[in-house]
Design a protein around this ligand. Structure first.
Ligand code: HEC
Ligand code: HEC
Length: 498
C-alpha cells in the first residue's frame, strides 16, 4: 500500500493553485529531479520510507513521520520543513513538525502524505497509511456477540417526555462507550473479593434493579444493613443525594461505595481483606478491561474515577418512561385531568394521590411529586424507623426514596418489600402505614421520633391521620400500578453481557 512519490516543484505559479491547501502546499509532480528552481539545488530524497501504522480506535496515537529526521535526506544539506496531509481528514489527528498525535475515532484507514521542503521550493513526499480498527479480541472472547465496539448499544438516545421537569444535569453524561463499560462493571463478579457478587446480585433487572429479599447477600455470608433500592430514572430526581439516608452526595460518589463495603463487594481493607487499590490491580490483569478502558477513556489505565463515571453512566441510562401513566399524561395538558387510558379507579387513585389531607386526599404528592415520583429534597423520615435484622433498633435517618415508578413488575408482582428496612411487604401495608403512622409510645424514642419526622406529616403537634376508606386505599394502589414501565425489564442493553 505504500507509495513513494518523488516530487519537485514549479515555483511561484503553483502557490496560486495551492489555494485550497491552507498551510499544506500543493505540489506538482514533474517526473524528475531536474526541474528544480536552478542553482544546482536538488530536491530532498525519501531515504527511509514510513511503513504503515495502526491506531486502534480510542487509543492515544503518536507517531513521528520524520522518523527522527531520517525519512528524508537532502543532498545540499538544506534545512527541511514538513507538511502533512490526511485523506480523509476527519480531525482525529494533528501535526506539529512532522509529529502526528491524536486518537482514532472510527475504524477507517487514513492516507498520510508527508512532504519535505528544502526551502527552495524543492520537495519530496512519502505516503503511508494509518490503519484503524477496534482492539477487541478479549472483548469478543469474553462476551461473544453481546458487546461489539463497532456497534455499541444505544444508551445516549434517551427519549424523555416533554412534561418531565426535574433537573438532570448529571456529572457523567451518558455515552454509549461509558455505559457499555459500566454495564460490564455492573455485572462482573470480579468486582468482589471472592468472585461471587456483582452489583446485579442486589440490583436485578427483573425487579427494576432492586432485590426481592428484605436485605441482600454480599460476600462471605455478609448481608446489607438496609433493603436494596430500585435504580430507575436516577437522572431525574428532586433529591440529588443517594442512599436511603442521603449519605452519598452524588451518584459518582455512591457507585464505588458498595465495592468498598465490607459486606457487599468486600474490598474494605479491613480484617485482612484487600482494598480498592488491590481491586484495581486485579482488574488490570483482565484483558477485556484493558480494551474497554482504552476504548472509553483513550488509555487503558483503570482508576476509581473512571469506574465511577462508567458505573454512573450505566445507572443513569436506566430509564423508564413508557408506563400507562406516561401514555395518559401525554394526552392531557396537566396531571389533574382524567386520563383517557385509565380506569375509573385509577383516575380516582390519582386524585387521592395528588390531593392533600385537607381535601380528603392522601398527600403523597407533597413528597413524591409527579411526574418523576422521586422524593422531596428536604423530607424527614416518614415514621418507618426500623432496622432490618434488629427488632429493637431504631433509625431516624431515612429521608430518600427511589422513584415510585416501577414499584411493581409488569406481571403485577411487587419489586421487593418496601422501605429502607423492607418492613412493609405489600403496597397495602405501605398505604396503611401512611393512613395511620404509628408513633412510638416510650421515651426517649417518642421525642426523637417527633423531632425528626417530616414536618409535613405533623399538624398541630400530632402526626396526621388520613382516614382513607378501603376503596380509596385500593384506588391509590391501582394508580401506583400505572407507574410501571415495560422496556426497563426487557431491554438487553441493561442485561448481563456475560
Ligand atoms: C450486597 C448487595 C448490594 C450490592 C452488591 C450493591 N448494592 Fe447498591 N444498594 C444496596 C443497598 C442495600 C442499597 C441501599 C443502602 C443504603 O441506603 O444504606 C443500595 C443502594 C444503591 C444506590 C442508591 C440508589 C438511590 O436512589 O439512592 C445505587 C445507585 C446503587 N446501590 C448502585 C450500586 C452499584 C453501582 C453497585 C455495584 C458497584 C451496587 N449498588 C452493589 C445493595 C447492594
Ligand atoms: C413527607 C414526605 C412523604 C410523603 C407525604 C409520602 N412519602 Fe412515601 N416516602 C417518603 C420517604 C422519605 C420514603 C423512604 C422512607 C424509608 O424507607 O424509611 C418513602 C417511601 C415510600 C415508598 C417505598 C419505596 C420503596 O422503594 O420501598 C412508597 C411505596 C411510598 N413512599 C409511597 C407513598 C405514598 C403512596 C404516599 C401517600 C399516601 C407517600 N408515599 C407519602 C416520603 C414521603
Amino acid at each position: 500500500m505504500r507509495k513513494v512519490l518523488l516530487l519537485s516543484v514549479f515555483s511561484m505559479a503553483l502557490s496560486a493553485c495551492g489555494a485550497s491547501g491552507g498551510d499544506n502546499p500543493v505540489f506538482l509532480q514533474t517526473g524528475g529531479s531536474g526541474g528544480g528552481s536552478g542553482g544546482g539545488n536538488s530536491a530532498p530524497d525519501v531515504a527511509l520510507p514510513n511503513s504503515d501504522q495502526s491506531a486502534p480506535v480510542g487509543h492515544d496515537f503518536a507517531y513521528d513521520a520524520t522518523q527522527g529526521g531520517q525519512t528524508f535526506t537532502d543532498a545540499q544539506g538544506d534545512n527541511m520543513s514538513f507538511a502533512v496531509t490526511f485523506a480523509p481528514d476527519n480531525g482525529d489527528f494533528t501535526v506539529a513538525a512532522g509529529m502526528i498525535t491524536g486518537r482514532s475515532s472510527a475504524p477507517i484507514d487514513v492516507a498520510v502524505t508527508i512532504t519535505a521542503n528544502d526551502g527552495t521550493q524543492s520537495s519530496a513526499a512519502d505516503e503511508f497509511v494509518i490503519a484503524s480498527d477496534y482492539d477487541q479480541d478479549a472483548i469478543v472472547a469474553a462476551f461473544g456477540g453481546s458487546i461489539d465496539l463497532a456497534a455499541l448499544a444505544d444508551y445516549e438516545t434517551i427519549t424523555v417526555p416533554d412534561f418531565i421537569r426535574a433537573p438532570n444535569d448529571v456529572a457523567s453524561p451518558v455515552t454509549n462507550a461509558g455505559a457499555t463499560l459500566g454495564r460490564v462493571l455492573f455485572y462482573d463478579t470480579a468486582l468482589s473479593i471472592d468472585d461471587t457478587v456483582s452489583c446485579s446480585s442486589c440490583h436485578q433487572q427483573a425487579s427494576a434493579f432492586s432485590d426481592t429479599q428484605v436485605v441482600s447477600n454480599g460476600v462471605a455470608g455478609g448481608v446489607t444493613g438496609r433493603h436494596s433500592m430500585r435504580l430507575i430514572n436516577t437522572q431525574w430526581s428532586d433529591e440529588a443525594a443517594f442512599f436511603w439516608d442521603e449519605r452519598a452526595v452524588d451518584l459518582e460518589d455512591q457507585v464505588t461505595d458498595p465495592i468498598r463495603d465490607h459486606n457487599e463487594h468486600g474490598f474494605s481493607g479491613q480484617d485482612g481483606r484487600p482494598n480498592f487499590d488491590d481491586l484495581i490491580v486485579k482488574l488490570e490483569a483482565i484483558d477485556y478491561y484493558d480494551e474497554l478502558f482504552a476504548f472509553t477513556f483513550g488509555t487503558p489505565d483503570i482508576t476509581e474515577e473512571r469506574m465511577q463515571s462508567a458505573l454512573a453512566q450505566f445507572v443513569n441510562s436506566i430509564v423508564s418512561f413508557d408506563s400507562r401513566f406516561d401514555e395518559g399524561r401525554a394526552q392531557q395538558p396537566d396531571i389533574f385531568q382524567p386520563f383517557p387510558n385509565f380506569t375509573f379507579d385509577e383516575n380516582e387513585g390519582k386524585n387521592i394521590y395528588m390531593s392533600g389531607p385537607a381535601d380528603n386526599g392522601a398527600g403523597c404528592r407533597r413528597c413524591h411529586a409527579d411526574p418523576e415520583f422521586s422524593v422531596f429534597q428536604d423530607s424527614g423520615h416518614i415514621g418507618v424507623i426500623g432496622v432490618a435484622g434488629d427488632p429493637s433498633g431504631t433509625d431516624f435517618t431515612n429521608t430518600r426514596s427511589p422513584s415510585l415508578r416501577d414499584l411493581f413488575a409488569p406481571d403485577g408482582t411487587a419489586n421487593g418489600p418496601f422501605m429502607h428496612d423492607g418492613s412493609l411487604a405489600t403496597m397495602r401495608a405501605v398505604i396503611d402505614h401512611y393512613d395511620a403512622i404509628p408513633v412510638p409510645t416510650t421515651e426517649p424514642t417518642r421525642t426523637e421520633f417527633m423531632n425528626s419526622i417530616d414536618p409535613q406529616l405533623v399538624e398541630f403537634g400530632t402526626v396526621e391521620r388520613l382516614n382513607l376508606t378501603d376503596i380509596e386505599k385500593d384506588q391509590v394502589e391501582a394508580f401506583l400500578r400505572t407507574l410501571t414501565g415495560q422496556t426497563v425489564y426487557s431491554d438487553v442493553k441493561w442485561s448481563s453481557p456475560f
